[in-house]
Design a protein around this ligand. Structure first.
Ligand code: MRU
Length: 352
């Protein structure tokens, strides 16, 4: 079902699918330096919380091939940690590498970092399959209760493009497809970066029926009874279940709640920040006004053009994420099962 590899790591370099070229063009980039990896994450050539974490792990391994003393290690970790603030998978991956590498002699660090990066990549795909299996149970229940495809609404892109395989929010949809249960996905555009176009492309590639909608159409569709459940990903889930995800997720959760439509977050344990007590403490990335004022897309002759939707002097604010409070979340689908948002430590007692 997954047609392309988002990240492949070859020890001295990583090859990524360049998501800034999608959905118009398939292109890959070779990342062979710390600079290149940091740029790829910051510019969103790679994006999506799990993929950001895995790419950063490769970045550490690549950086240590030249120099692996304590200073070089600290520099690589700091540099990568500063690329994007909200997705906690970035910090999770870097801390995992730091714990492993700091006690090792310099000469062993690059190889150990490379092995760990490979492990993180492999684990992510496996974790997401398990999220898919748990989410499938929800889809099965709905499918058994009414005829026709199960109508899932999602936001942003939390599919295989955003991970090392299979996706998080889309994992239950893919599991349903494998189980022969028809689904239909409402895909919201996700202004201003339009990650919904990535989701539309990915679902099309994977043979899952979908409809692309303007972000503003979501409330109407939820109120009209056209949605059976909402599943989105997350960039950071606080210990109390408050969940940061792409800007616009909160509005979907509000509208879902008002219309008694279940609203789920799909998130691996690596996205849960047990050290963050509530969503008010989650750092929210501000990406600047250019993304709102400009749009790049191919013209009729398939030539990539940047158009100006607003004049350069128009003041803009561009918070890239919002926080959906736990009270609006029906459940959090993890690789270990589905949890009520306030009871995550029941699934992960080591964090109690
Ligand atoms: O800014 P992005 O495109 O990196 O944001 C991505 C999201 O918000 C996803 O929903 C989230 O990272 C989960 S990806 C499995």
């Amino acid at each position: 079902m997954q047609t392309l590899t988002t990240l492949s790591f070859r020890d001295d370099h990583a090859v990524i699918l360049d998501q800034t070229a999608l959905p118009y063009r398939r292109a890959t980039c070779t990342l062979d330096s710390l600079d290149a990896v940091a740029h790829a994450i910051r510019s969103m050539q790679v994006r999506g919380a799990p993929l950001i974490g895995a790419t950063a792990a490769c970045g550490v391994a690549i950086a240590l091939r030249n120099q692996a003393d304590d200073e070089a290690l600290a520099q690589a970790l700091d540099r990568l940690a500063a690329t994007r603030p909200t997705a906690v998978n970035l910090r999770w991956a870097l801390e995992r590498l730091a714990r492993l590498l700091r006690p090792l002699p310099e000469r062993d660090r690059a190889a150990a970092a490379a092995r760990e990066a490979h492990r993180i990549i492999a684990e992510d795909a496996d974790t997401n399959r398990r999220i898919g299996e748990h989410g499938l149970a929800l889809i099965r229940t709905i499918a058994a209760a009414r005829p026709g495809p199960v109508r899932v609404m999602t936001h942003c892109n939390a599919g295989w493009l955003a991970t090392c395989g299979y996706g998080t929010a889309l994992a239950p949809v893919y599991a349903a497809r494998e189980a022969g249960i028809p689904t239909e996905v409402w895909v919201s555009e996700t202004r201003p970066r339009n990650q919904g176009l990535l989701t539309a492309w990915e679902l099309g590639e994977s043979g899952v029926p979908f409809n692309l909608i303007a972000d503003n159409a979501a409330g109407f569709l939820l109120a009209r009874g056209d949605v059976d459940l909402v599943i989105t990903g997350a960039d950071r889930v606080a210990a109390n279940g408050d969940s940061a995800n792409k800007i616009g997720t909160y509005l979907k959760a509000l509208a879902a709640n008002d219309n008694a439509v279940p609203f789920y977050i799909a998130s691996p344990a690596s996205t849960i920040d047990f050290g963050c007590p509530h969503g008010g403490l989650i750092p929210i990335e501000d990406r600047g006004g250019e993304e709102i004022r400009q749009l790049s897309a191919p013209d009729a002759a398939d030539c990539l053009r940047t158009v100006h939707l607003a004049n350069p002097e128009v003041a803009c604010r561009n918070p890239a994420f919002d926080v959906t409070p736990a009270r609006l979340i029906t459940g959090i689908i993890t690789e270990c099962g589905i949890s009520a948002p306030g009871a995550l430590t029941d699934l992960f007692p080591e964090h109690a």
